[in-house]
Write a protein of this length. Structure first.
Length: 163
C-alpha cells in the first residue's frame, strides 16, 4: 500500500469516525426534537435530503414540477455549491449512486483526477463536478439543464440569509 492509499484510508476512517460520533450525538441529545419531528406529517410520496434548507426547497420544487430524482440531485448539488461553497461546488468532485425503477444500480464517479506521477501532496486534481453533473443529466435527466441551474444562479446573484 503506497503512501497515498494510506492517506486515503486514514481520511476514510476519520470521516467514518466523525459520522459515528455525529450519529451518537444525535441519538442521545435530540430526544425532544425527535418527538417534535414525529408529530409532523407530510403527504409527499417523495422527498429529498441536503445539508441546507434552500437546497432542499429547490430540490422539492423540481420534483413537484415533474422532474426526476436526478434532476433534483443536480439542482441540490449546484445549490450547495452556492450556499455552502466551503464544502461543495465546482472545484470538487463526487459520486452518484443511482437505482432505477427496475432495481438496477449505476454509479457515476466524478471525482477529481490527477496524473499518476504526481507525488507531491501540495498538488491538486482537476475537478470532476461539472462533467459529472452533465453526464448524469444527459443519461438520466428529464428537465433542461438551463432550468436546473436557475435556482443556484438566482441565489448566487441575489444572495441569501446566512445562518
Amino acid at each position: 500500500m503506497n503512501f497515498f492509499h494510506k492517506i486515503r484510508a486514514l481520511k476514510l476512517l476519520l470521516i467514518l469516525s466523525i459520522m459515528l460520533m455525529m450519529l451518537i450525538f444525535y441519538l442521545v441529545d435530540n430526544k425532544d426534537n425527535l418527538q417534535k419531528k414525529q408529530s409532523i406529517k407530510k403527504d409527499f410520496a417523495y422527498g429529498v435530503s441536503a445539508s441546507h434548507p434552500l437546497a432542499v426547497d429547490e430540490g422539492m420544487k423540481i420534483l413537484q414540477q415533474g422532474g426526476n430524482a436526478i434532476d433534483a440531485a443536480i439542482v441540490i448539488s449546484y445549490m450547495l455549491g452556492v450556499v455552502e461553497p466551503y464544502a461543495s461546488g465546482l472545484g470538487g468532485g463526487g459520486g452518484m449512486l443511482i437505482l432505477n425503477e427496475h432495481g438496477e444500480s449505476n454509479f457515476i464517479d466524478y471525482r477529481e483526477v490527477a496524473p499518476s506521477q504526481i507525488n507531491n501532496t501540495g498538488n491538486t486534481g482537476i475537478p470532476g463536478f461539472v462533467a459529472g453533473m452533465e453526464f448524469a443529466h444527459k443519461k438520466y435527466g428529464s428537465i433542461e439543464m438551463s432550468e436546473l441551474l436557475k435556482p443556484s444562479i438566482f441565489y448566487a446573484e441575489n444572495g441569501f440569509e446566512v445562518d
